[in-house]
Structures are given as C-alpha cells and as structure tokens.
Write a protein that binds this ligand. Structure first.
Ligand code: MN
Length: 292
C-alpha cells in the first residue's frame, strides 16, 4: 500500500451564471492549486450545486457558441438538459445521465433546460467538465456519446454498501462505456452510510473528488462535506473513502497530458497561433451552422 494523501479540501467559491440556466461554482481552473495543468486532462469543472429554478415557459440556458480542442462532459444529478450541436449530435439528459461531447476540430452547440422540465422548474444539479485532448487529436472529427444511467456499468460494493457507476475508465476490472482519447477514470460512487471503498490509480494520475451528496471521510482522517472538492496529492496510489451519510461522490483521475495549453474562452489549443486560427475559422463560419 502506498497511500495517496489529501492535498486540499476546497470550499465552493461564490457562484456565477453561465447563460441564464447554469448557476455554477467554478473549481477548475480555480483559485488555490487548481490550474488547468494541475488537474490535466481535466481542465475545467463547473458545478451547479443544488438550486431551485422557478418554472419558465422559455427554457433557460446558453445559446449557440463554439468549442474547439477538447471535450465537454455534462453529468446530470437533478433536472434535465437538452443539447444540440452542429455535427448533428444532441439529446436530453436527465437524472443520472451523462453527455459526452467531443468538440475536437470544432462544433457549435447550445445547452438549455429541457422544455417540459423548464415549465415545471425544480431542483437542478449538474457538473460540467472539460477534458483536454492531446495535440494529435485536437483537430479530429467531432463526436457525441449519450450515456444513460440505465446502461452504465456498475460495481456493487459488498454488504449493501452501494455501488460505483463507471462512466469512463474502469474500476476493479469493470469498464465504463465512454470512449476516451487518453487514459482516465470517471465514476459516480453512490455509497450507503458507513460504507468504505478503496480506490487505486497510478501515482502520476491527477486525482480529485467532488462531494455531490452527504459527507465523506478520506483515508480515515480528512472530512469533506457536501459541495466540497477534494484534491488528492500525487504521492501514492491508494486511498479510501468512507461515507458518513448516504453519499454521492464524483471521482476523477487521469493521466496528465504534458503539453502546453493555450486557452481563451471556448477554445483550448496548444499555441497562441492555433488559438488565433480557431477565432479566425469560427468567424469564417467553418464550425458549421446551428439554429438559435
Ligand atoms: Mn458549451
């Protein structure tokens, strides 16, 4: 056993709005230690902690905008989101579903609360991650993966301790459905009160957890409450999570992409020239077309 220690437990910063439909706490790239490189390949994390949206006839969200050079992964915990993009990808994700969109060479997309859900309003809780692509794949073809909760691979924790939903990568030999460009693991650990689960990732994999529900204790020492982010050090492989209540924990771990990052707004490239090119291509309409 080489224990991986907790580096920091980070409280959510003041939320801001993305469009008018996502009230998010930004954790990556955030204050403290969380630069894009520190958590590579996870270069952005926005977290809409539980928030009640009032009923609205017009769905709230973010209108048509471009992306290039990475993937956006949206994980729904409460509420429903509809997505459409210029490569023809799209769909609705609801509680427990995941939408994995590979922007790569460039897409336009829009993200809104689903129409019927919007009319009723209610509790909304989501995570959006941006996952970087290595230079060799940044200009590959856009792609869309819809991963329904019902189809997710699961690992049952002994003694009715709950389950690990494997979104991508693998856990104890069980593989998740999402295909990724670089090695990474992404799970929802749905733990019953009192359950303990052990995780093990290569030491250099950047690793963190976001506590979605409940309180957890890591390595039997540090406590992390709901809506807190736990940054793990790169000083060992193994760590344990104990659920102090029924808990849901988003676990992320990935091999760093050791390449320069040039990021501005919706584009994440390797050099400034490539960034300029992205703006130029976008202005010339090379990202396709999507109706507002
Ligand atoms: Mn977007």
């Amino acid at each position: 056993m080489s224990t991986r220690k907790v580096q920091l437990v980070i409280s959510p910063v003041e939320p801001h709005y993305v469009g008018d439909g996502f009230r998010v706490h930004n954790f990556i790239p955030g204050i403290n230690e969380l630069s894009m490189q520190r958590m590579s390949p996870f270069i952005l994390m926005d977290y809409n902690s539980k928030f009640i949206f009032e009923p609205s006839e017009t769905p709230k969200g973010v209108g048509v905008h471009p992306h290039r050079g990475f993937e956006t992964v949206t994980i729904a915990y409460k509420g429903k989101v509809e997505h459409n993009d210029s490569s023809g990808g799209g769909g609705v994700i609801g509680e427990g579903d995941v939408q994995w969109m590979t922007a790569a060479s460039g897409i336009l997309h829009k993200e809104f609360h689903e129409k019927e859900w919007s009319k009723q309003g209610g509790e909304f809780q989501m995570v959006q991650l941006w996952i970087n692509l290595p230079a060799k794949d940044k200009m590959s073809k856009p792609k869309y993966q819809a991963i329904q909760k019902a189809d997710m691979s699961r690992y049952e924790i002994e003694n009715n301790g709950g389950e690990i939903e494997i979104i991508a990568g693998e856990f104890n030999g069980i593989k998740g459905n999402a295909s990724t460009f670089t090695p990474l693991h992404l799970y929802n650990a749905r733990l019953k009160k009192g359950a303990t689960v052990n995780f093990s990732f290569p030491e250099d994999y950047n690793t963190a957890m976001l506590v979605i529900e409940g309180n957890i204790k890591v390595n039997n020492s540090e406590t992390a409450p709901t809506d807190h982010f736990v940054l793990m050090a790169n000083d060992g492989k193994d760590f344990s999570v104990n659920a102090q209540d029924d808990a849901v924990v988003l676990v992320l771990s990935g091999e760093p992409i050791n390449e320069p990052i040039a990021a501005h707004g919706p584009f994440v490239m390797n050099t400034r020239d490539e960034l300029m090119q992205a703006f130029d291509d976008f202005n010339k309409g090379k990202f396709g077309y999507l109706e507002y």
